[in-house]
Design a protein around this ligand. Structure first.
Ligand code: EPZ
Length: 430
């Protein structure tokens, strides 16, 4: 088992380069199944979820060749439906995109029920509503989601009760090769929705309106392979903004699209963090003392739910009382218990957390209960007095952050990753 050890108090100075966006890479990797051709995808983040997605494709008959650490050549000519391994599919919720891809290409799909971060109920009723509107029959049996459409999928008008990122991606994938036109109303507007639409259009699809709440998809008969580069990860960028806001110092956060992080920047400015914006990077500086704020997470362009744990960790030592209302996920406050171990004065009542700022947190052994909670523990540990030890990182943090320990150590953090055997003997890993 590996753990992260952080001795708090070091300020951060230097440059951080942001990787490609995990949540854009995953739908694009699965959508490549539609082409039955060769796609070269660049700027893939070298994280576990991407490796899992590529392994799922390999197990379905795709040939996947890594041209370098961040570029994959994927040939899906010999992919078959219905054979994705249950244990791999179960590792992440993004596996649901296999349904849209298999249904679009083969007219049927059989995919294990999705897994992924455990924060509350994460149904897929909007996905099912969309597939049924396109003419598919869906039934769940023995832990598998089965879908079939005897003839070709037929374009339709679909209204989402929730602006679901996953359902918007899934229906865009399936509808891109349906007979006729599909209109998705109340669609999600995240940058990774636009990235998926751009990828599909580069493969010959005809999608307009992505990034707005009304997306029109004119079905085409066939898609072809392409070369495509994934957008930078706005949540990774926001995470390093939170790191320097917590520890103090000054970071240049490079290879980003500033427009994608507008709502994050606005809140950090309100907290008293200094931000200077350039074409493809920002400079973020802080003395570590922050103003209290109120935050409500919302679908894009609102403040992203995937930044909620990170900003909560920050506000634990802000001046005054802050609140965070979780407007997207059901129950995303499990990590508060670990912040309390560090001396935070935090509590949650339903979807609202109240955070009463304290002078300083103290290092403690904590868990990474999910991907973004792990990042939150690092952010808290960077400023805490003493040592913070984080466990559970391989099955959470590593899913979505590439070398977060190395990137932070390069800019001055006193952080390391160690292998801890059952006898608690430790060996430095990096
Ligand atoms: C994506 O999850 C992201 N994952 C999540 O990021 C992110 O938190 C979420 O979007 C919101 O931005 C990936 O892209 C792989 P949703 P997804 O469908 O697609 C409810 C991370 O940390 N809902 O917009 O599951 C659902 O329960 C991960 O990188 C339904 O009720 O998000 C949830 O409460 C964690 N019925 C809310 O909507 C549905 O059919 C948002 O879900 C679908 C969703």
């Amino acid at each position: 088992m590996e753990k992260i050890f952080i001795n708090g108090g070091a300020r951060l100075y230097g440059d951080i380069r942001i990787d490609g966006m995990k949540n854009a890479a995953l739908p694009i990797i699965f959508a490549s199944i539609l082409t039955g051709d060769k796609c070269v995808i660049e700027n893939l983040p070298p994280v576990k979820d991407v490796s899992t997605a590529l392994d799922i494709l390999r197990s379905m008959g795709a040939s996947v060749r890594m041209l370098n650490k961040t570029t994959a050549e994927i040939d899906t000519a010999h992919v078959a439906a219905g054979i994705s391994p249950y244990d791999l599919v179960n590792r992440m919720r993004a596996s649901t995109y296999l349904i849209g891809a298999e249904l679009g290409r083969f007219g049927w799909a059989k995919v294990g029920m999705p897994g992924g971060c455990d924060f509350g109920v994460r149904p897929i009723d909007q996905h099912i509503k969309g597939f049924e509107a396109l003419g598919a029959e869906i039934f769940i049996e023995n832990g598998y989601i089965n879908a079939r459409c005897p003839s070709r999928l037929t374009g339709s008008s679909i209204y989402f009760d929730i602006s679901s990122v996953g359902a918007t991606c899934n229906i865009m994938i399936a509808a891109s090769v349906a007979e006729g036109t599909t209109v998705i109303d109340n669609a999600a507007r995240e940058p990774h929705i636009v990235d998926l639409a751009n990828f599909l259009n580069t493969c010959g699809a005809d999608i307009t309106g992505a990034g707005t709440n009304m997306i029109k998809i004119r079905g085409v008969k066939k898609l072809h392979g392409c070369e495509y580069a994934i957008i930078p990860d706005m949540i990774e960028a926001g995470t390093y903004m939170a790191a320097v806001a917590s520890a103090g110092g000054r970071l240049n956060i490079r290879n980003i699209i500033p427009k994608h992080i507008e709502s994050i920047s606005a809140k950090f400015l309100e907290m008293g963090v200094s931000i200077t914006e350039y074409d493809d990077y920002i400079t973020v500086s802080s003395n570590g003392r922050l103003n209290r704020v109120n935050i409500k997470t919302l679908p894009y362009p609102g403040f992203p739910t995937d930044m909620q744990p990170q900003v909560a960790a920050l506000l634990c030592t802000a001046e005054g009382i802050s609140t965070i209302t979780e407007g997207v996920c059901d129950n995303r406050f499990r990590y508060l218990e670990d912040l309390r171990r560090m001396g935070a004065n935090v509590s949650a009542d339903g979807r609202t957390a109240t955070i009463i700022g304290v002078e300083r947190l103290s290092g403690a052994p904590v868990r990474s209960v999910d991907l973004r909670a792990g990042a939150a523990m690092i952010i808290a540990g960077l400023a805490a007095s003493g040592t913070t030890i984080i466990e559970g990182i391989e099955s959470t943090l590593d899913r979505g952050y590439y070398d977060i320990v190395g990137k932070l150590r390069q800019v001055g953090a006193d952080i390391k990753r160690v292998q801890v055997s059952d006898t608690d003997a430790i060996r430095m890993v990096n």
